[in-house]
Design a protein around this ligand. Structure first.
Ligand code: ATP
Length: 300
């Protein structure tokens, strides 16, 4: 599955999502085969985030019992750090993120946030602590203000305006005929890929979560838009524990740590410079992407 988040357009899904209080739209639900719903443990307490440290401890997971996808993942993400997850298609990158959001229960090991097992806390509190900037942002046939406010119930107009500024979409919105009251979506203004991403970023800023999951869009925006969005993302990563699911290595050079997943295992991890020096899988992927970029430039 190439996408961590799929556009949600089935009413049943929306209903379930709202019922579970998953403000991120439960967008990780796969419309084709819906995962079995996880349940709150009896007497589950709300997650108390102090610093936002995330740990995967010998995490094992299978969608189908006879095919293990994550084969013992140990990963310690310090509070406030940015960790990028890269690796070949199908390695399990998106699965790792879905597990953190607890769309599925594990077959082994555990995931903790500030020492609390995510399977032992309420799903509502877990999902309130995690913001997601998905590959594809679902917009409602509503005003752009509503679409931003969707990040958090009860967001004020000031919150929405501040989030729009933080996502660098405020000038665009102010230039619209009805400003924040302009309707968008299928029956309103159509937004470009970059503008939709900015709405997603603004939604996340309204939510102001201590933990972020960024699912990099596979379809490239034009390089200028991409660089601008990248700069905005790097500012919202500040002070939050961030996991970036990355396809283009050029966007994650700045990460505190890069984790290379291969067939459900961590093949190597380190900084960009360390992994290049190691001369293994990451260095190969980097060389391949650089060659592809050169070829693309030469073709322009
Ligand atoms: P990509 O870079 O292509 O997005 P990925 O590393 O994110 O890949 P995942 O989406 O995590 O990979 O998928 C890992 C494996 O799990 C793949 O073999 C995929 O076919 C399988 N898989 C993903 N989602 C499901 C599902 N809902 N049911 C069954 N198998 C799944």
């Amino acid at each position: 599955l190439a996408q961590l988040f799929r556009p949600l357009d089935l009413l049943g899904m929306v209903y379930r999502t709202v019922k579970q209080g998953a403000i991120d739209m439960g967008a990780m639900f796969d419309l084709i085969d819906t995962p079995a719903e996880v349940q709150d443990a009896p007497g589950a307490a709300p997650l108390q985030v102090s610093s936002g440290q995330v740990r995967f401890e010998d995490v094992r997971f299978a969608y189908d019992p006879d095919r293990e996808i994550l084969k013992g993942i140990d990963l310690d993400i310090p509070a406030g750090a940015t960790v990028a997850v890269v690796g070949p298609s199908g390695a399990g990158k998106s699965t790792l993120a879905r597990i953190l959001y607890r769309f599925y229960d594990l077959t082994g090991g555990r995931v903790t946030i500030d020492g609390q097992d995510i399977a032992a806390v309420t799903q509502t509190s877990l999902r309130a602590a995690i913001g997601i900037v998905p590959q594809d942002t679902v917009l409602f046939n509503e005003t752009i203000g509503y679409n931003i406010a969707y990040g958090r119930e009860g967001a004020s107009e000031d919150d929405i305006a501040a989030a729009a500024r933080g996502a660098a979409i405020a000038p665009f919105i102010q230039a619209l005929p009805d400003g924040f009251d302009t309707r968008v979506g299928e029956r309103g203004l159509k937004l470009s890929g970059g503008e939709k991403q900015r709405v997603a970023i603004a939604r996340t800023l309204v939510k102001d979560p201590p933990i972020l999951i960024l699912d990099e869009a596979t379809s490239a925006l034009d390089s200028r838009t991409e660089a601008e969005i990248q700069a905005t993302l790097e500012t919202i990563e500040q002070g939050r524990t961030t996991i970036v699911i990355a396809h283009r290595l050029s966007t994650i050079v700045h990460a505190d740590r890069i984790v290379v997943l291969e067939a459900g295992r961590i093949a190597e991890q380190g900084t960009h410079a360390e992994l290049l020096r190691a001369g293994k899988l990451y260095a190969e992927m980097w060389a391949r992407q650089a060659a592809e970029q050169d070829a693309a430039l030469a073709a322009e």
